[in-house]
Design a protein around this ligand. Structure first.
Ligand code: ZN
Length: 281
């Protein structure tokens, strides 16, 4: 049984061309003794868990380990299954390289891998805590801590860019995406987690995704939109995890016995945006 760090080294040996140096943007040249070297002489160490840390400096994360564990338990309970099955059916290149942008604790990537995405999957997030948990929990995916604004990925190498409920950077997306690649972005629809919103004391403005969708449509010559809406039966023991899962719930002060009676069912209402560029045809 290979150690995680050795598995990660083997992955990098085979896929070094997918990455570039986050400092000087030159290609990665070699990987040996659990270290990666770029042509400009920068060097990065693989962690014991088999991840790379490629941030220029640590970013304080709003995502605590408790919150990440809550997300992981919810994912394991099947909260995202319907969404992810839909996404999988939309992926044009299941043998291609998929980059999960803002992968958090890695549950989405892990599900897609388990369900048969044959190509390599790379997941990254700016949260080191998230990446540590992802790498500890899942096999066969390469996870790294990195910043989308200075992303350590090589140009024109990615068949699928997956961006689930996480910020985008379209100029980076353009740089990374292969000519016939797909960007699959998931944004909330107005009904998303409405049961949780209704618990908030402050008068909340109803959420609209119009601006995000408009920006996406401006950017890609071909855009498909697929809505996914379903009700998830929330088991009592996951109610607390659910409330802690997103910033929406962080300010809720209500007693959990009360909340449990109100959160029996959760509405998952999301919009999948699939973008392809003109010269992809
Ligand atoms: Zn470099």
């Amino acid at each position: 049984m290979l150690k995680k760090i050795d598995k990660a080294q083997l992955f990098l040996e085979d896929h070094l061309h997918l990455f570039q140096c986050p400092v000087c943007s030159q290609a990665f040249e070699s990987v040996e003794n659990h270290q990666v070297f770029c042509r400009g002489g920068h060097q990065f160490d693989l962690s014991k868990k088999g991840t790379l840390f490629l941030l220029q400096k640590s970013v304080p994360s709003e995502y605590s380990r408790d919150m990440l564990l809550a997300r992981q338990r919810l994912a394991e309970s099947g909260l995202w299954t319907t969404l992810l099955d839909k996404i999988q059916s939309l992926i044009k290149h299941p043998e291609g390289v998929l980059l999960d942008i803002g992968c958090g604790e890695g549950s989405h990537s892990a599900y897609l891998k388990k369900k048969g995405h044959n190509g390599p999957i790379i997941g990254f997030d700016i949260s080191k805590e998230g990446i540590n948990l992802a790498a500890a929990s899942h096999e066969d995916i390469f996870f790294l801590t990195a910043d989308l604004a200075r992303s350590p990925f090589a140009s024109l190498q990615y068949d699928t860019l997956l961006n689930i409920l996480s910020p985008s950077n379209y100029s980076e997306f353009d740089r990374l995406l292969k000519k016939d690649g797909q960007v699959i972005k998931v944004v909330p629809n107005p009904g998303y987690l409405k049961e949780l919103r209704s618990l908030q004391k402050e008068s909340k403005q109803s959420y609209s995704n119009a601006q995000v969708v408009e920006k996406f449509e401006e950017h890609y010559s071909t855009v498909r939109k697929v809505s996914v809406k379903y009700t998830f039966h929330l088991p009592d023991e996951l109610v607390e995890d659910f409330v802690h899962m997103t910033p929406l719930g962080w300010h809720i002060k209500e007693d959990f016995d009360n909340i449990r009676t109100k959160l029996k069912e959760i509405t998952v209402d999301l919009l999948i945006l699939i973008g392809e560029s003109e010269d992809s045809a």
